[in-house]
Design a protein around this ligand. Structure first.
Ligand code: GUN
Ligand code: ZN
Length: 442
């Protein structure tokens, strides 16, 4: 192995198959003294530390000691323009959009503001161990360029798109069907496949799009079927009732998308809580993804997504913060919230299942499962190293853990950015408190 290869040592937790399908100890391999060999930004091999050292004697070694090496977290639904209004008090979905979200999104007409927030947001993500995200932008093309530019500077694999709305939004945040098509297409042509960027076709949701706009975006998607399509579906009961009024000829909420060419593999539906049996069946048949946004669903008061049911139905499920409807940038907090909602819906999700949803599950929803969210050889070396004893409260629980699952679960439930020991993006270590270099720190 050449001198520019990198050998990362530590504990390794490699969840190789879906732990909803197999017992966690079958789906996962834990190496208590393991490592990853990385070259050219990719994972070359995973194995025991001593064997890797013998195989690659000239590799540069970074020893993370007891640190737990995992794939970097993948957040499959977020709104970077809502960074500065996270944790805004007292509203439910429709009022929350009107009172907090739309006024803030209006500010993204200013490219300098968009760039400032995009950079702040991506640095916050990296500080929380998240290396990839699917984000909504705003209606302003500059908000999309700012986001992809900031991601490119950090070499992050992100998906994002211009958020299209042509009704039920204030002046300054509305377009029309043609502008949605033209401006989305121009951004798609400029960014999709450039470096690690993925363009996501992005109608905000059916209440803020006319049927003509959904039709235009369905046509754009048909021309670019390898792009993902992201939107919202059945988040709150008031919203579902509103959609029924706005689309009286459609059989249900999902049909507003389906009838306009917006239901198939590659579709990512945020929330998807209040679904009928027919909608569930069509989502599964289409191979579309349901994105579970647990901190948002409790914070905005939307409802409880039943993860175990969705997995038993063989839906594709991703896990996401939904910043800033969600109340955290952290996928650790998001897993904790998913666990608590699992308890309320009757299933204690296993730590392997939570970690899988936050990595491979979200990657699969984005159709990037061969590149990210995995430690499989050949995939991109986007990694997080967790300190499993990052605070006194966690350390005292961790001290008498007997299995890897008992060792990692306190960090899932109580951890935050202090648990993030190190982050690697495409094999480069990210400096703490800012991105873009591989400067070592401890
Ligand atoms: N539905 C439509 N837009 C949004 C949004 O920005 N956040 C959330 N949580 N739901 C939405
Ligand atoms: Zn959302």
């Amino acid at each position: 192995m050449s001198e520019d290869s990198l050998l990362l040592l530590g504990q390794v937790l490699d969840i190789r198959s879906n732990p909803f399908d197999a017992p966690p100890d079958t789906a996962a391999v834990h190496l208590s003294r393991g490592g990853l060999l990385v070259a050219g930004g990719r994972i070359v091999r995973v194995g025991d530390a001593d064997a890797l050292r013998a195989d690659a004697p000239r590799a540069r070694v970074v020893d993370h000691g007891e640190g737990l090496i995992l794939p970097g977290f993948v957040d499959s639904h977020a709104h970077y323009p809502q960074t500065a209004i996270i944790a805004s008090w007292g509203k439910r979905l429709i009022d929350w959009l009107q009172s907090y979200t739309f006024p803030e999104e209006m500010r993204f007409g200013d490219p300098a503001y968009a760039a400032e927030i995009a950079e702040r947001y991506l640095d916050l993500l990296l500080a929380h161990g998240t290396t990839s995200v699917a984000s909504f932008c705003t209606i302003h093309p500059a908000s999309v360029s700012a986001f992809f530019t900031a991601a490119e500077a950090r070499n992050m694999a992100v998906a994002a798109g211009r958020t299209c709305m042509d009704r039920n939004a204030p002046d300054g945040l509305r377009d029309d069907a043609q502008a949605a098509y033209d401006e989305s297409k121009a951004l798609l042509d400029a960014w999709h496949g450039k470096g690690r960027a993925t363009y996501a076709i992005t109608p905000r949701f059916s209440p803020t799009s006319t049927p003509e706009q959904l039709e235009a975006l369905g046509a754009l998607w048909a021309e670019h079927p390898d792009c993902p399509m992201q939107t919202h579906l059945s988040e709150q009961t008031d919203e579902v009732a509103w959609v029924r009024d706005l689309y009286p000829h459609r059989k249900d909420y999902l049909d507003t998308y389906e009838s306009h060419g917006l239901l198939r593999e590659g579709a990512m539906f945020g929330h998807a809580i209040w679904l009928t049996d027919s909608e569930r069946a069509r989502l599964r048949e289409a191979g579309a993804a349901l994105i579970h946004c647990p901190t948002s669903n409790t914070f905005i008061g939307s409802g409880l997504f039943d993860t175990a049911r969705a997995m038993a139905e063989r839906q594709t499920v991703g896990l996401a913060t939904d910043t800033g409807g969600g109340s955290s940038f952290s996928m650790l907090h998001t897993m904790a919230s998913a666990y608590e909602i699992g308890q309320l819906t009757g299933t204690a999700l296993h730590p392997a299942q939570l970690l899988w949803l936050a990595t491979a599950g979200s990657a699969r929803a984005m159709r990037l499962q061969d590149r990210i969210g995995t430690l499989a050889p050949g995939s991109d070396a986007d990694l997080v190293v967790l300190d499993l004893a990052s605070t006194p409260a966690i350390a005292q629980r961790h001290a008498h853990a007997e299995t890897i699952w008992e060792a990692v679960f306190p960090t899932i439930m109580m951890g935050d950015d202090r648990a993030i020991d190190s982050v690697y993006v495409a094999g480069q270590r990210v400096a703490r408190g800012g991105a873009g270099s591989d400067t070592s720190h401890n």
